[in-house]
Design a protein around this ligand. Structure first.
Ligand SMILES: Cc1cc2nc3c(=O)[nH]c(=O)nc-3n(C[C@H](O)[C@H](O)[C@H](O)COP(=O)(O)O)c2cc1C
Length: 203
């Protein structure tokens, strides 16, 4: 048994880059924004996660200043929308760099937010309304710009479909979140059978 080792800067030497398959599966940030001129935009970002409880912070990283990051800089707002299994195909349809309104292209319902102007996905069973707290242009270890930008926002309003709340507890399995694996096509789901429970050690 050997170990495959590589320095990423010199290439991985494999059929596919394993990086995002290893750091996976990842939740998807399905991000709704408005452009400065009011045009709607929706796009998926799997370099996405939650980063803090209080205030609740979520963030996503864009490999370049695409529409979503630009709109966040211009308006200071975005929505996060849960991609459940049934939304796989429309979510994929929103991964377009063109100037179209991805809500229309994917046949999705733009729903008004309560405290921000950016639109939510009407079909999503959980949505967050977020205000941008930071945008950080990411660098390599030598401080050279990578072109990527990390956008972090505070969740200022949460909408949860009642069916996903069982005795006051959010039922993650029922929500059927779609998770992104590696390679060009892989997605994963979750199931009760793969659940483990363990309390944290007491200090
Ligand atoms: C499931 C999925 C995850 C993606 N994750 C990212 C990501 O983390 N970062 C990124 O820059 N692009 C990601 N993309 C590609 C963007 O969605 C795509 O470039 C999109 O056109 C950007 O749209 P925008 O210019 O409207 O923001 C992903 C695409 C898919 C289908």
């Amino acid at each position: 048994m050997g170990v495959h080792t590589y320095r990423p800067a010199e290439g991985h030497g494999l059929a596919h880059n394993p990086f995002n398959a290893i750091v996976g599966p990842r939740p998807i940030g399905w991000i709704g924004t408005l452009a400065a001129d009011g045009r709607r935009n929706l796009a998926p970002y799997s370099f996405f996660n939650a980063f803090n409880y209080t205030p609740p912070l979520v963030g996503f990283s864009s490999t370049a200043w695409k529409h979503t990051a630009r709109n966040c800089a211009d308006t200071g707002e975005f929505t996060w929308n849960l991609v459940s299994r049934d939304l796989l195909v429309p979510m994929n349809e929103t991964a377009t760099l063109s100037d179209v309104d991805e809500f229309v292209r994917a046949g999705l319902t733009p729903e008004a937010s309560e405290v921000i102007a950016a639109p939510r996905v009407g079909e999503a069973r959980v949505t967050f309304e977020c205000r941008v707290t930071q945008q950080i242009e990411l660098t390599d270890v030598a401080g050279r710009p990578s072109g990527a930008v990390l956008t972090v926002g505070e969740v200022v309003m949460v909408h949860i479909d009642d069916d996903l709340l069982v005795d006051g507890i959010f039922d993650t399995v029922r929500a059927e979140p779609l998770l992104r694996g590696g390679g060009p096509t892989a997605y994963f789901g979750i199931a009760d059978g793969s659940r483990l429970d363990l309390a944290r050690p007491r200090d």
